[in-house]
Design a protein around this ligand. Structure first.
Ligand code: DGI
Length: 453
């Protein structure tokens, strides 16, 4: 290394796009690679999986006989930009002389990701492009599908931030516009002018005719590689849980029943009634907006026996409904609660269980009624329940199971708790240390909630 003087340094130029779909990255990249004789173009869309560091390796390979390379990928995330810098540093010596240095040029396509103009222009382009793309087939997969992919990119987009790494590592940032119908041509011209200004030794001026010709040729471009996709093959929805939902009125009624139960027990005055958790939950607004009884949770598929219960709900009872859901867009369904048609459930309140951490109501699922099939009541939870809330967000609702297990096992069975409407005697006996802050109060036997979704 010591033999290499500064004048021996070889500079290579790496042009990095930062954009969302339809900005004209590929079109602009093609124009530039046509007009800059020593400029190569590598495209992430042409890489089949696994991707790993292939794009950087292709760029480095290209730089063996080019001065410049355009990395044609969206790079809409800081992580992707950082990856480029890191990989160049780690890998370049496998391809290029050790005295190579890089000038990183950023083509910044997006100044405001919320701009309606940007959305309209890019959306129209992607629709018009139809299936003429390696992976996004707007025609076969449908406009909605293409839109959902585009929105995903826009939502995740992290703007160029010159003051912080990784973007502070760019040597030059060229701000581009996606406003006009000929944006790719005007953007290519902007890039050529900026490169000429910064690096006149490597870039020469280009005539308008040549730009126009390259633009027209770029618009005619058809991708070489095409990855076959089925119609909206994409993602399938994955239910997270199946449960019985309590509506707003049912929620108010459960809360009222709890208040009454606690008041009755307090009035008896022969057992301690600890209101603190219940009061805390109410004061801190920790009672979930929507209450439910979980019938089956996907986490239970880890267990062979419980997994069978999950499978019966998903693949047997409700499989048709889930198939119907799969016809909708995955993004629309993400995080949503869907109501099964023609299906109602009846439940009965059994006991209120309270610890310092949470409150839950143990329930009996009396029946699940479906118009066209009989459904066996079963739950992946040993003790079906409604979690009424945990005192802080670090305590997951799933802890209800532990409390119920502990309390009910301690009593032997929830059915034989001592006081029918008072706290189970066992909870305040032997194991005082552990149990004096955990209570089980039995509801009267006739509190039914019918026709729940
Ligand atoms: O997803 P990108 O690589 O960012 O976008 P692209 O270059 O593939 O462009 C998307 C579509 O829009 C493609 O069919 C070409 C077309 N297009 C790109 N730039 C322009 C353009 N069409 C017109 N009329 N004018 C442009 O400047």
């Amino acid at each position: 290394l010591s033999n290499i003087s500064l004048t021996d340094v070889i500079y290579k130029f790496v042009i990095v796009n930062v954009a969302v779909l339809g900005c004209g990255k590929t079109t602009t990249s093609i124009i530039l690679s046509k007009l800059l004789p020593k400029c190569g173009h590598v495209q992430s869309d042409n890489i089949t999986k696994p991707v790993k560091d292939k794009l950087t390796r292709m760029a480095l390979e290209t730089l063996k006989d080019h001065d410049m390379v355009i990395i044609d990928r969206g790079n809409h995330l800081l992580r992707e930009r950082k990856q480029i810098f890191d990989e160049f540093e780690d890998l370049y010596h496998e391809y290029l002389p050790i005295n190579t240095k890089f000038k990183f040029v950023c083509l910044n396509y997006v100044s405001n990701k919320h701009s309606p103009e940007l959305w309209n222009l890019t959306r129209n382009r992607i629709i018009k492009r139809g299936d003429n793309h390696q992976t996004i087939k707007a025609e076969t997969q449908g406009i909605k599908f293409a839109e959902s992919i585009m929105k995903g990119f826009i939502n995740r987009f992290q703007p160029v931030d010159v003051d912080h790494e990784p973007d502070s590592k760019f040597n030059v940032i060229i701000d581009l516009d996606v406003h006009s119908n000929e944006s790719s041509k005007s953007n290519a011209v902007k890039v050529l002018n900026a490169l000429f200004e910064y690096y006149p030794e490597v870039v020469s001026p280009v005539s308008d005719e040549k730009v126009e010709q390259a633009f027209q040729e770029a618009l005619d471009h058809k991708p070489e590689l095409t990855i076959k996709v089925g119609k909206a093959k994409a993602k399938k929805i994955k239910p997270v849980y199946i449960g019985i939902r309590l509506g707003d009125k049912d929620k108010a009624r459960v809360m009222d029943e709890i208040e009454q139960l606690l008041a009755r027990c307090a009035a008896k005055n022969n057992h301690p009634v600890d209101m603190s958790t219940w009061v805390t939950l109410k004061q801190l607004g920790r009672i979930p907006m929507n209450l439910h009884v979980t019938l089956a949770h996907i986490a239970s598929t880890r267990d062979k026996k419980l997994g069978k219960i999950w499978n019966r709900y998903i693949n047997e009872y409700f499989s048709k409904f889930i198939q119907e859901l799969n016809k909708k867009l995955p993004d629309e369904l993400n995080g949503s609660v869907q109501t099964l048609p023609n299906t109602k459930a009846h439940i009965r309140l059994k006991s209120l269980c309270i610890s310092e951490k949470l409150a839950c109501v143990e329930v009996e699922i009396v029946a699940i009624i479906n118009e066209s099939q009989s459904i066996t009541v079963e739950s992946t939870n040993a003790y079906p329940h409604i979690t009424m809330g945990t005192v802080d967000q670090t305590i997951p609702a799933v802890e209800s199971n532990l409390l119920l297990q502990e309390l009910i096992r301690h009593c032997g069975s929830s059915e034989i708790a001592e006081a029918p409407d008072g706290p189970a005697k066992n909870q305040i006996s032997a194991d005082e240390e552990n149990f004096n802050r955990k209570y089980l109060y039995k509801f009267p036997p006739d509190i039914l909630f019918e026709d729940l979704n």
